[in-house]
Design a protein around this ligand. Sequence first.
Ligand code: NAD
Length: 480
Amino acid sequence: MEQLLNLIDGELRPALGGGWLDVHAPATGTVYGELPDSDQCDVELAVQAAHRAFPAWNALGRDGRSTVLLRLAQAIEDDLEGFAHDESRDNGKPLSLARRVDIPRAIANFRFFATAILHFPSEAHLMDDVAVNYTDRQPIGVVGCISPWNLPLYLFTWKIAPALAAGNCVVAKPSEVTPLTAFRLSTLCEKAGIPSGVLNIIHGLGPKVGAAITAHPRLPAISFTGGTRTGAEIARVAAPMFKKLSLELGGKNPVLVFADCDFDEMLKTTVRSSFTNQGQICLCGSRILVERSIYTKFRDAFVERVKALKVGDPSDPTTDLGAVVSKGHMENVLGYIELARSEGGTVLCGGERVQLDGMLQEGWYIAPTVIEGLGPVCRTNQEEIFGPVVTLQPFDGEADAVALANATPYGLASVIWTRDGQRALRVARDLNAGIVWVNCWMIRDLRTPFGGVKQSGVGREGGVDALRFFTEAKNVCLKL
Ligand code: NAD
């Protein structure tokens, strides 16, 4: 049994209350370790340590902090295989994906913000013969970061890297469902030279640890990624305290396929955008909207490709889909497939749990599922499922496509497939979404603003937006 520990004030330690929670391996459905069942007392200890550490960390300056964060990036890279194995074991995702995407991206997050802070611009505004104003962007102090289970280290570091680079100290909470790589990261901090108390990682349940971070009066900014319902609860608690909030929430992303697209490229990419990481990426397209003239051609070709995907052992390099993250989540996704049937949908492929052999018999696997025959307003097409399930809907013309795409409470990401450049620009403009990909998916430039509209969240991460979030702007006016 692996025993995971909190990182508080540079020390790896169990929860003060002494409780433990089970951690499961989705591939086998078995318990492989335990994590601290922390509470507000652990959070309090971490907040105090972080406040003690803040003046020296801030005083280290951009260059000093950059050097330390680059060392941490290197330490992860030196242990890439270990991190990738842990991520796959903890989350159920294919090892090949963790190796290719999750861990390299976590390293890139540290490298990007460690260097971005060196180029973080400041502004000056000259008032002729009167005064000069300059904007001083100072770190907030100590901030809270709360992350989900789907891209565990990737999203955890997407928050803590800019927070630390900007000069803040951090009290961070990874998901209790996938705590392993955050723990592995905490074991590298001392060697990388992160001073005690600068980064504190508290494990445990959302309603205990996450809620204590949200409500803590000495954490004036909270960066959260997770479900919309949790985001609403965090906003409810934090708003009367006037905390700065960044909320990256759920999605129900449309993929708009026009008849004039590059069909082969679209087909290949749409299989990926539907089922990568078992469909558990907030950017996955879950509603595929297809121009009626190619609907049948698309449906038949897509279903044939999806049927050929291999659901299997996450450590097997030929596996396309591993396990979904938990038993509860598997049951939730299967429940949505039943709902789709009861709403009149036709399951074209998948639609059930996959039972593998031997050690993997009790693992949480779902066959990639394609559903057609449902209108836009049913629950299946309105609610986030966050698993290997997509629906198909035909559309007639551009206006219809945009109306269908925008017909949910969410607005995170969207994909447009067309060879008509003018149309791409028009549709991109009219989509209610924070992110639009045209003829591609998941090409990520870390300088770009990342986030959603409507119930997909508030605020933007990435590049200058993240550094601005983790600093407070002060205008200084000097009379000439
Ligand atoms: P979740 O909301 O259940 O949990 C996210 C984190 O919040 C976890 O660390 C959890 O412990 C914590 N938490 C739970 N209750 C809390 C509370 N009351 N107060 C404070 N913290 C609390 O989400 P999840 O199931 O871990 O992740 C899946 C969701 O995340 C999906 O909805 C997905 O779309 C979303 N997501 C969004 C993005 C994005 O960038 N917009 C990225 C990835 C995932």
